[in-house]
Every structure is written in C-alpha cells, then in structure tokens.
Design a protein around this ligand. Structure first.
Ligand SMILES: [Fe+2]
Ligand SMILES: [Fe+2]
Length: 535
C-alpha cells in the first residue's frame, strides 16, 4: 500500500474511547461523577488487584462474578496496574481532591444545616467547591447541594487531556467488562491521545465508508514510526459494501441488537440508543456500521446507563448525525449528570433536550414524543430517562427501553395522549443489579445491604410488562434491550441461561401475547420489520 493511496478503515477495527485508561461511560465524562468514580471505583479496584491479583483472576472465571469489581486480567499484571494506579494518583489528583471536597460538603450540611438559613454555610464550603455549588433544602428540610455543572466543564476539574481512543482489531466479541477493567497497553493496540471533541477522529471514522488519504490521517493522529506498521494494518483498499437507504413508502425498522433500533422512512432515519458492533470473520450475523445510512437525522437516547449511551458508537457516527435527542436531566445533581453537557463535551454540538410529553416534528409529517420512563434507577432522583414514541407514515412505535412499569396509571395517561400503539419495544431485564453496583461510588454514606438489594436497576417483569401491553394495546410486542448479544459483554456483563429470570419472564410474555393474538418475539441479534403504507 503506497502512502498516497486512498484507503478505508477496516470494518473490524474497534475504537474504545478511554478516560485515563478506563472505558469512557457517561459518569466518567461529567467532572463531579468522574471524581467520585476515580476514588470510589477505580482506585479501590486497582488497590484490591494489587493486593491480590490471584483473587481477581479467579473471580472473573466465574460468569456470575463478571459484573463484579474484579479486574479481568491474568494474575501477572500487578506491575502494570500499579503503574496505572500511580499515574491516576498523579494525573487525576485534582479529581481525588474534588471527591474529598464533595464528601466534606456533605458532612458539613449534615452537621450544620439544621433547618436554619444556609447563607452562613457558603463561607464553610470546601475551598475547591466554592463558586461551583448552590446549597438548598427540600420541602422536608433535608439539606443538599447542586453543581453549576456547565461551570465544572470550564474548570480545572474537567480533564480532556485524559481522553484517548484505543484502536484494535476484533477477532472475537469478548472484551473485558468496562466498569471493572481498565485497558492496559497490549500488543496490536494503538492509543490515540486526543480529546474526544477533536475533528481528527472524524477524519479517521469517515474512512469506514469514504476513502481518505492514509498519510493525512497518520499525520493527523500523530502516529509514531514504531506504530506505523500496525496502524497501516487497520486500513484496506477494498471498498466496503455500504447499505442502501430505505426508499419505500412505509416504515422499515431494523433491530441492531440490545436497545439499538433503526427506524427509516424515505424522509427520515432515526436510531435509538446506538450500540453497533464490529464484524469479524466467523462472527454471529449482525448489522454493522456499514448498514447505517450516510445521514442519521435523529439519534434518540433513552437514558444514561452505559449500555444505552455508547460513546464508542456515537463517536464513529459523529459526522453522520444531524441531531441527538436526550432526556433533560435534573440540574446539577451528582447522580444525574446532564447528558447534553456530556455529549457537547465529547464534540456533539447538536444535542436537543426533550421533556416528558414534549414533541418534535419529524420530516415527512412524523412526530417524536418523549414519554415517562419509570424506575430502573434504584429510586434515585434521576430525570435523564425517557421513553420515545415515534409516529411515522401512519405507524405508531413506542420504544420503552428499560422502563419498569411500576405504576400503570402513568401509562393510562400516556395512552390517552398518544392514542393507539402499533409496535411496542420493551426491555425486560427484570433482575437488575443493586443500587450500589452503578451508583455506589456516588453515595457519600454506605447503604445497608438489605436496602441496597431492595433498590435494584430492574426493568419490567412479566406482570408489569403484561400490564403495559394491556394498557397500551399494541398489535406487536418486541422484547429488546436484554443485553444478550455477545457484542454487549463488555458493557452489560450479563450471561443468561434459559433459567435466568429475565428469560423466564420474557418467554412468558411472548407466549401470553401469542395466546391473545398479539405478534410477539424476544429479539436477538438482528431483525428487520417492514410496514407498508396502506393509507
Ligand atoms: Fe438501564
Ligand atoms: Fe439497559
């Protein structure tokens, strides 16, 4: 391959966005939640591995422990993890201090905010948080604080210099679980040390579909001479087969795996919770990035969990995406970082916040409406979650993601507002992880075990899902977002058997729908549905 040749990025190249060596999920981008995760997750896990690497190596062999706080490397990487720990302490020291400041502020409020005016307490806010927080009581006189979150992104606490993208090639779907395993330098990998918002990434990822100059991208990414032969191997002269845009008069829906659903009419292309996998030789059949059209009019994000807002996929689609629609978060709560600010920081200028029961008109006369997303967030005050209702060419589709239908009265209101639903997509991960699994590092006081286990990140079980079906009366029901596809391993850590509760409950739902004459299926891998326009 001559350096002047135009080349394509190979379809099996994986690009993992990292922050200080850890997979970049939303809570690692927002500065305050990142600080708490560095201290409460990363440093803890690394200290534990350094102390007993054998324990970690043994634990990850047990599928039931895969989502746990165990580093998924053999026991011989203690030196590398020690190096990463030291680097973290040095380079992210300011975040460690920020986390300590958050702890101190919480303690201050607990001890001194006793129902009287909070004004005198501003002088006592830890120095490094002053000017970044507002103190308040709720109506039950519980004191708390909120961040001026946009200011944190303009402060020394936002560290884009820690961001990078790790390029490797896939020959398997197996990847270590992202919440517990940092990415260490390995053979066959090149870490591009540029912040996520840099246009150089666009130049690279555009080459999946359109040829680009090898020399230009090599220079843009500052590839060293030692890295060059590996870097070259990531490119090919063969033109990939790129998908045709749907041209029919009706609606085409393609399931790409997990909660990733692509809805297309001839006027508009919408993709929900984009999680798109890489192909490799011998891989299970799947839709890939090449199966998406050149332009995606709307990306819909249902909520901020790491399996629904995947920077890994979004970064690669950045030049194709016209708009990203996210749920509006509560303002400045530690547990509910703004998805808009997260995505803007990652280089997406076109983020729209959608509220519950608010709508956006779609090209071709369609309409997108935000609907309530109940539960699945351990009863924390988290607003950044939304179901989507999409009306296109006379078809009505609801994407309910991980909603736990705990209160059907909500959906009675929904039904009155949006009318009949033709197709319902519903997640049924009904045996979710406890509160502390995802939110533990943010808790400033430990949660008793029994409470932790009662507050799970669970979606709808059979009864709740059936209640939803009876209320909304869809003609078709598809169970999705189950984390079952092998390419989800690194973000979901789920390994179901037929006896697993989500499988048992969702099978019951599919069967029950069948007896009631409702088309129903639990989706796995890929699926295409085409609805002709009969109007
Ligand atoms: Fe979720
Ligand atoms: Fe999920």
């Amino acid at each position: 391959m001559d350096g002047n040749d135009l080349v394509y990025l190979r379809s099996n190249v994986i690009a993992e966005p990292l922050i200080a060596g850890w997979y970049a999920w939303p809570h690692l981008i927002s500065p305050a939640s990142c600080a708490m995760n560095v201290v409460g997750r990363h440093l803890r896990i690394m200290a534990s591995y350094i102390q007993s690497p054998q324990l970690h190596a043994a634990a990850v062999k047990n599928p039931a422990m895969l989502g746990g706080p165990f580093i998924d490397y053999a026991a011989n990487r203690a030196d590398d993890i020690r190096l990463l720990r030291d680097k973290t302490v040095n380079e992210q020291n300011i975040l460690i201090e920020l986390a300590q400041g958050i702890q101190q502020l919480t303690k201050l409020l607990k001890e001194e905010a006793t129902g009287y005016s909070l004004e005198p307490l501003y002088q006592k806010v830890p120095e490094l948080l002053r000017g970044y927080v507002e103190l308040y009581y709720d109506l039950q006189h519980h004191p708390s604080f909120r961040f001026y979150e946009a200011m944190l992104y303009r402060s020394p606490y936002y560290l884009p210099s820690m961001q990078s993208v790790l390029l490797t090639t896939a020959d398997t779907d197996d990847r270590a679980f992202v919440l517990s395993t940092p990415r260490l330098q390995t053979e066959g990998a090149i870490n591009i040390e540029l912040p996520f918002n840099r246009p150089q990434y666009d130049e690279l990822f555009r080459m999946r579909r359109k040829p680009g100059s090898y020399n230009s991208v090599r220079e843009a990414l500052s590839i060293s001479s030692e890295q060059e032969s590996l870097f070259r191997s990531f490119f090919t002269e063969s033109k990939p087969e790129v998908a045709e845009r749907y041209q029919g008069e009706g609606l085409r829906i393609r399931y790409f795996g997990h909660a990733c659903v692509v809805l297309e009419t001839k006027d508009v292309c919408i993709i929900s919770d984009p999680v798109v996998s890489q192909p490799y030789e011998g891989a299970m059949p799947r839709f890939t990035l090449e199966d998406l059209p050149d332009t995606i009019d709307y990306v819909l994000i249902t909520h901020g969990h790491q399996d629904h807002i995947l920077l890994e996929t979004l970064l690669q689609l950045r030049t194709s995406i016209r708009n990203i629609v996210v749920p509006r978060s509560s303002t400045g709560e530690l547990q509910d970082p703004s998805l808009k600010l997260i995505l803007e920081a990652a280089g997406f200028p076109n983020v729209i916040e959608l509220d519950e029961f608010a709508s956006i008109e779609l090209p071709g006369g369609g309409r997108l409406t935000g609907l309530p997303f109940l539960g699945e967030h351990a009863d924390l005050h988290i607003q950044s979650k939304l179901c989507h209702h999409v009306a296109l060419n006379g078809h009505s589709v609801m994407l309910a993601a991980d909603s736990c239908a705990v209160e059907l009265r909500v959906y009675e209101h929904v039904r009155k507002m949006i009318g009949e639903i033709d197709v319902l997509f519903l997640g049924m991960e009904c045996d979710g992880a406890p509160l502390s699994w995802l939110y533990g590092p943010l808790l400033t006081e430990p949660v008793p075990r029994a409470q932790d286990r009662s507050r799970k990140l669970s979606g709808s079980d059979f009864q709740r899902a059936l209640g939803l079906v009876e209320c909304l009366k869809p003609k078709e029901v598809y169970v999705y977002a189950m984390g079952m596809e092998p390419w989800l391993n690194h973000i979901s850590s789920l390994k179901y058997t037929e006896a697993s509760l989500p499988m048992v409950e969702s099978t019951k739902l599919v069967n029950e729908c069948g007896t009631r004459g409702i088309t129903a299926e639990r989706l796995y891998g890929m699926k295409e549905l085409v609805y002709e326009n009969h109007r």
